[in-house]
Ligand binder design. Structure first.
Ligand SMILES: Nc1ncnc2c1ncn2[C@@H]1O[C@H](COP(=O)(O)OP(=O)(O)OP(=O)(O)O)[C@@H](O)[C@H]1O
Length: 351
C-alpha cells in the first residue's frame, strides 16, 4: 500500500534559474497524480525533488507522516522508498526478465524473492517471458518489466517519468490504460510526468497543470476540462475556442448569432469577456435554424473537428459525427449547449 504525498509550496532553483516556484500538490495513498505541462515548465525538476535527487529552496515535501525535503533537509533517495520508471525503461541488459524484477529484492530470502517475482510476472502478464533477455522484448513488454521491477520492493511512491514517450501512439494508448489498472491493483501512490494531455486525462486521479515553473491548477481530469481556472489551462487541456463576447447592460451577449446568445445566457453585464466554447458544446442538429458556414474539416474517423465561421469573423469548432460529410462553404445547422460556462475578463488576457 502506498503512502500519501504532500508537496507544499516547493521551489526548485538551479543557481539563478527558478525551475519550480511554490508548487503544491496533495495525493492520498493509492492515488495517481500527474504533472502535466509543456517542455521546460518544471515537471522533471519537481519529480527529482520528490525522488530526493534535487534539493528544494522553499517549502516542504512529506511522504506519509515523514518530512523528506525542506530547505534544511534532504533525505537521501535510497532512504525514501520511492520507485522509478524511466522513459527509456533502463532495464539491465545482461539480466533476464526475472532477474531484473528480482534486482531490488536482495533483502528477501530466496523463497520470498521467487514468490514476489512470480506475483509481479503475473501482474504484468509476462510469466511466459521470465527467462527472456531485455533485447528479446518489444518496447511495451520492456516497459511492463520496468514497472514490475519498480513495484517489486513495494515502494511508498512510484514515479514515472514520461514512461511511454519512446513508444508509438497506439501502444502508448493501450499501455496507459494497462498501467493505470496495474497501479490501481498494486495500490501504489504514483506520480506520472507527461506533456501528453490525453495520457494525463486517461491515467490520473489528480492532475497538476504546470506552466513556466508554476502549478496553475490541481484538479481531477473532469474539472480541468470543464472548469479550467486560467486561460493557460483552458487552452492546454482539450480543444476549444476562447470566444470574444461583449455584454450589454442586462448581461446579454451581443452577438448576431441568437442561438449563441441564448446558450450563453446571463453573463456579467457591460463587459468584454472571453467565453470558452468546447467542440462538444456545438452539436450538429438538422432541425436547427442556426446555420454556420464551415471553414475547415479535420476528419478523424469516428468524428470530425469542424471549424465554423461566425458573422464577426471569429471561428468556433464543432465535433461532428464521422458520418456527417461536409466541406468548406457548407452551411451546417447546429445547436449550442454550454453545460459548463467558463468566462475570463478579456482585459486581463490582453495584459
Ligand atoms: N541542471 C539544470 N541546470 C540549470 N537549469 C536547469 C537544469 N535542469 C533544468 N533546468 C531548467 O529548468 C527549467 C525546467 O526544466 P525541467 O527539465 O524541470 O522541465 P520539464 O517540464 O521536465 O521539461 P521537458 O518536458 O522538456 O523534460 C527549464 O528552464 C530548464 O532549462
Amino acid at each position: 500500500m502506498g503512502k500519501s504525498l504532500r508537496i507544499d509550496k516547493a521551489s526548485v532553483c538551479y543557481g539563478d534559474v527558478t525551475a519550480v516556484q511554490g508548487a503544491s500538490l496533495r495525493l492520498e495513498a493509492g492515488e495517481i497524480g500527474c504533472l502535466l505541462g509543456p517542455s521546460g515548465c518544471g515537471k522533471t525538476s519537481l519529480l527529482r525533488a520528490i525522488s530526493g535527487f534535487q534539493s528544494i529552496s522553499e517549502g516542504t515535501i512529506e511522504v506519509g507522516e515523514t518530512l523528506v525535503s525542506s530547505p534544511a533537509l534532504q533525505v537521501a533517495p535510497e532512504q525514501r522508498r520511492i520507485g522509478m520508471v524511466f522513459q527509456d525503461f533502463a532495464l539491465f541488459p545482461h539480466l533476464s526478465v526475472s532477474r531484473n524484477i528480482a534486482f531490488g529484492l536482495q533483502a528477501l530470502n530466496a523463497n520470498d524473492r521467487q514468490t514476489t517475482v512470480e506475483r509481479l510476472l503475473e501482474l504484468v502478464s509476462m510469466r511466459d517471458w521470465a527467462s527472456a533477455m531485455p533485447h528479446e522484448l518489444s518496447g511495451g513488454q520492456q516497459q511492463r518489466v520496468a514497472l514490475a521491477r519498480a513495484l517489486a520492493p513495494s515502494p511508498d511512491i512510484l514515479l514515472l517519468d514520461e514512461p511511454f514517450s519512446s513508444l508509438d501512439t497506439s501502444l502508448r494508448e493501450q499501455l496507459a490504460l494497462e498501467v493505470t489498472q496495474l497501479l490501481k491493483e498494486s495500490n501504489v501512490t504514483a506520480v506520472l510526468v507527461t506533456h501528453d494531455q490525453q495520457e494525463a486525462l486517461t491515467m490520473a486521479d489528480t492532475v497538476a497543470v504546470m506552466n513556466d515553473g508554476n502549478v496553475e491548477q490541481v484538479a481531477s481530469p473532469y474539472e480541468l476540462y470543464h472548469q479550467p481556472r486560467t486561460r493557460f489551462v483552458a487552452g492546454f487541456i482539450g480543444q476549444g475556442t476562447l470566444l470574444r463576447v461583449s455584454t450589454d447592460s442586462t448581461g446579454g451577449a451581443k452577438t448576431p448569432v441568437t442561438e449563441l446568445a441564448s446558450a450563453l445566457g446571463q453573463l456579467p453585464s457591460s463587459r468584454e469577456l472571453e467565453v470558452l466554447l468546447r467542440p462538444d458544446d456545438v452539436i450538429v442538429d438538422a432541425t436547427s435554424n442556426c446555420k454556420l458556414v464551415v471553414s475547415s474539416v479535420d476528419f478523424r474517423g469516428a468524428h470530425s473537428l469542424v471549424s465554423l465561421q461566425l458573422p464577426d469573423g471569429q471561428t468556433i469548432s464543432c465535433n461532428a459525427p464521422g458520418h456527417v460529410q461536409v466541406s468548406p462553404g457548407y452551411a451546417l445547422p447546429v445547436r449550442v449547449e454550454i453545460k459548463h460556462k467558463v468566462t475570463f475578463d478579456a482585459a486581463e488576457g490582453a495584459k
